[in-house]
Design a binder for this molecule. Structure first.
Ligand SMILES: Cc1cc2nc3c(=O)[nH]c(=O)nc-3n(C[C@H](O)[C@H](O)[C@H](O)COP(=O)(O)O)c2cc1C
Length: 360
């Protein structure tokens, strides 16, 4: 292990992050003060709340609603002391500021980020491709240093048509990323959906078209019925994700790594809420990890606490962050490679049926 500073560093294409924790995009990063608090918490980068050209995207934010659920699917108070099993269901929208105002804030905050050795990453959500390209060029011209392009929001099928995208076809991903890549030189991180069995194909399409990193995988649509009112909680299908999604995120990271090889930097999102979760996603193949919804209800301290926990883990394991990447993924075996454990299943069923499988 080198110094702690070196031990924490990670590489996303041409960009070196001082550590792998990224404050991921959500409502707490709408205000400049939110971006500043995330930067001060020490993160390697912070992703702004996303914009696009549509009025409907802003309108959607004004119809947004959020709920925290416990492990019994009950709505619980939005509170920093929520249990570890809490997760957010919501319908969200886009940044309410005008593009100009948003861009000006980001440029100012990225100046502050530079002094902290960090980055403020601009974030666009795809609606119309030619408009996305026009906005991407303005982001580059304004001097921002990284662009994240979200083409995998959960909401395309339930939002107004043309407001946000859930791209499921590798050819579409290729066309979109090729067009944006041709328009700008900025490092381009492409955030894709997890609601597909083709996440590694979508990632490959993005990299082949010139993405510098792929962020995986976006939240899903889910329905949570309320047994008392017999209505959907919050009235609609919701975007859902959270701690229970971590194994799925890790599986997508591992599969993508084995498909594309270790030279493609992946970024994990969906389910990280501690320093050890940063390690888990890295062991599965992530070079960096975004943390979003838990920060909304636990506060910006969650970011600094997670960094502290992650650093302590590296010290305890005597390992550099970059040496975690993909370790568990690369050790995955097939079921057939596992040793024979005859009748082991009997230890895992109620006693009354333990002998039911006896050969006669
Ligand atoms: C309320 C809310 C708003 C979000 N807004 C955005 C957004 O504007 N742009 C974006 O790319 N992702 C957005 N996301 C997705 C998060 O950045 C993140 O990918 C997702 O919540 C899963 O990670 P988490 O478990 O850390 O929350 C939003 C998520 C939530 C819960």
């Amino acid at each position: 292990m080198g110094t702690m500073t070196q031990a924490l560093e990670t590489q996303i294409g041409s960009v070196t992050l001082k550590n792998p924790l990224i404050a991921g995009s959500a409502e707490h990063l709408i205000s400049p003060e939110g971006l500043r608090l995330a930067l001060r918490a020490g993160v390697g980068a912070v992703i702004s709340k996303s914009v696009n050209e549509t009025e409907a995207g802003r309108d959607q934010l004004q119809r947004a609603e959020y709920a925290l659920f416990d492990d019994q699917w009950r709505q619980i108070p939005w509170d920093k002391n929520a249990p570890a099993g809490a997760f957010v269901g919501c319908r969200s929208g886009l940044n309410p500021q005008s593009f100009e105002e948003w861009l000006a804030h980001l440029v100012a905050l990225d100046g502050e980020a530079k002094e902290l050795g960090s980055y403020v990453v601009a974030s666009l959500i795809l609606a119309d491709l030619s408009q996305t390209i026009a906005l991407a060029k303005r982001i580059e011209a304004a001097g921002l240093r990284i662009l994240e392009l979200n083409i995998g929001t959960p909401y395309a099928s339930v939002a107004k048509k043309g407001v946000v995208s859930t791209e499921l076809d590798p050819q579409r991903v290729s066309d979109i990323v090729t067009a944006v890549r041709a328009a700008i030189d900025l490092p381009l991180w492409v955030k894709i959906t997890g609601q597909s069995e083709r996440v590694p194909d979508l990632a490959q399409a993005a990299f082949d078209a010139g993405a510098d990193s792929v962020v995986m995988a976006g939240r899903s649509l889910g329905l949570i019925p309320d047994v008392e009112t017999m209505q959907p909680v919050l009235g609609t299908t919701l975007g859902v994700g959270g701690f229970w999604n971590l194994p799925l995120t890790c599986q997508w990271l591992a599969l993508t790594r084995s498909k594309l090889g270790p030279s493609h930097a992946l970024i994990g999102t969906n389910g990280a809420q501690s320093g050890l979760d940063i390690a888990r996603m890295m062991l599965a193949g992530a070079s960096a990890v975004e943390m979003s919804s838990p920060v909304m209800y636990r506060g910006f301290e969650l970011l600094s606490e997670s960094l502290r926990e992650f650093e302590a883990y590296l010290v305890r394991k005597q390992i550099n962050a970059r040496d975690l990447i993909g370790r568990a993924a690369d050790e995955r075996k097939t079921f057939a490679q596992m040793p024979l454990v005859t009748d082991n299943w009997k230890n895992y069923v109620p006693e009354e049926v333990r002998n039911d499988g006896r050969r006669t």
